[in-house]
Design a protein around this ligand. Structure first.
Ligand code: ATP
Ligand code: MG
Length: 137
């Protein structure tokens, strides 16, 4: 079944939103198959966001992801990549609908709480980057 890489960013952890976010994915019906807390080093953050390396905010994005521990997860279930993105909401919380995670809990694009894979290709890449030893069945 389909899998997505979902990561609670440092601000989400600092603001005690781990339980809230896990609960939303559980209640939706997805299955948690990988979970760990990680203090991210610069190299890992740079690889995770490699596609954005030409953007003006790349340096501050990498710094943000390294600013405290993240919660790295793999969630499984039908449509989890697209549905997970819907549950997360638009990149900029100014445009995120209420009811989405960013819409309910964030106001700044540079501190938007959570990451979700945007395609099957990026999910595969991100899961092997963050969980090189694999996840549960
Ligand atoms: P993510 O990949 O983190 O799930 P996303 O797919 O919604 O977010 P991307 O375009 O992949 O959005 O951007 C990655 C991250 O870079 C965003 O989540 C946000 O934290 C940051 N970012 C994006 N655009 C900007 C911007 N204009 N200014 C500052 N930070 C930005
Ligand atoms: Mg993205």
């Amino acid at each position: 079944s389909e899998r997505s890489y979902i990561m609670i960013k440092p601000d989400g952890v600092q603001r005690n939103l781990v339980g809230e976010i896990i609960s939303r994915f559980e209640r939706k019906g997805f299955k948690l198959v990988g979970l760990k807390m990680v203090t991210v080093d610069k190299g890992l953050a740079e690889r995770h966001y490699a596609d954005l390396s030409s953007k003006p905010f790349y340096g501050s994005l990498v710094e943000y992801i390294c600013s405290g521990p993240v919660v790295a997860m793999v969630w499984e279930g039908k449509g989890v990549i697209a549905t997970g993105r819907k549950m997360i909401g638009a990149t900029n919380p100014a445009n995120s609908e209420p009811g989405t995670i960013r819409g309910d809990f964030a106001i700044e694009v540079g501190r938007n709480i959570i990451h979700g894979s945007d395609s099957p290709e990026s999910a595969t890449k991100e899961i092997s980057l963050w969980f090189p030893d694999g996840v549960n069945e």
